[in-house]
Design a protein around this ligand. Structure first.
Ligand code: ADE
Length: 272
């Protein structure tokens, strides 16, 4: 099942992402909609979805069995997973297993995967039930990814999170190339507040500076809001920027003016 394949006569110049799942319709349906659908139509993204049950060899198309040693739940079996994955020609690697125990997926990992460029896709294997036979982790996949410290019923939603976060970083996917650059996290800061019409709603006015037409004042206001928001809501992110000396002297001054002390010497030496 292909969402983006078929464009350019089946040979896509886009980033290919193969997904292995027992819910192919869920993954295909989401990838055909909205931004991912447009990216596929434009030939930027080529998502190919494979039904793990195609690797089953019994009439019930079983892919799971009870765990050796006992215990609750079912475990995805090695054999149908190996068979399904190994049947795919030119599978883009690395192949990642989606599991809560994997490497934490964040904007940096998204940028890493998007930055590998066309012709350098990757693949995602959605775990399910109580787990996956260890031999799949040991001998079939190249790595593991987690979308956060919580347990989902399976890897499908996690795979969609990865695909969408990566896809919107690919050139040509977002209408405005600047939108990904301004995103929360792209610079390690949360995004500044956004407003649109009307200028006043129920007595709540849009900050005057945003209507002033003074572009440098708007840029300063946005930077300040992003810094303060991050300091207030995600001090861990700010801490990371401080350790990397990624704040400018004026960022440090802005924070100090609002009562957030940054250790001296933490700012970048070059002008920010
Ligand atoms: N499967 C179940 N929970 C998950 C998570 N948090 N991340 C990735 N895959 C998962």
């Amino acid at each position: 099942m292909s969402v983006g394949g078929g464009v350019n006569g089946g040979v896509s110049a886009g980033v290919r992402i193969d997904v292995f799942t027992i819910f192919p319709d869920v993954v295909t349906g989401y990838c055909a909609a909205s931004i991912l659908g447009r990216a596929a139509q434009a030939g930027v993204l080529d998502v190919r979805v494979h039904d793990l049950r195609s690797g089953a060899d019994d009439s019930r198309r079983s892919v799971d069995d009870s765990p050796f040693g006992g215990g609750a739940g079912m475990v995805l079996m090695a054999e149908p997973l190996f068979r399904c994955v190994e049947a795919v020609q030119d599978l883009p690697r690395p192949l990642y297993l989606l599991t809560p125990g994997g490497r934490r997926f964040d904007q940096g990992v998204a940028a890493e995967l998007a930055g590998r460029g066309p012709g350098n896709g990757f693949s995602l294997l959605c775990g399910r039930y109580e787990g996956v036979d260890q031999r799949v982790e040991d001998h079939l996949v190249d790595g593991e990814l987690s979308v956060g410290d919580y347990v989902l019923a399976g890897g499908e939603l996690a795979a969609l999170v990865v695909i969408e976060a990566v896809a919107r970083l690919l050139p040509g996917v977002l209408g405005n190339e600047d939108s990904a650059i301004d995103d929360s996290f792209s610079e390690g800061l949360l995004e500044y507040p956004q407003y649109t019409r009307p200028a006043e709603y129920r007595g709540w006015a849009v900050p005057e500076v945003l209507r002033s037409g003074d572009h440098s004042a708007v840029a300063r206001w946005r930077r300040t809001e992003a810094l303060l928001r991050t300091a207030e809501r995600r001090p861990d992110l700010l801490e990371r920027l401080v350790s990397a000396s990624a704040l400018s002297a004026s960022d440090v001054q802005t924070l100090a003016e609002h009562g957030y002390d940054v250790p001296s010497g933490a700012e970048r030496s070059e002008p920010g």
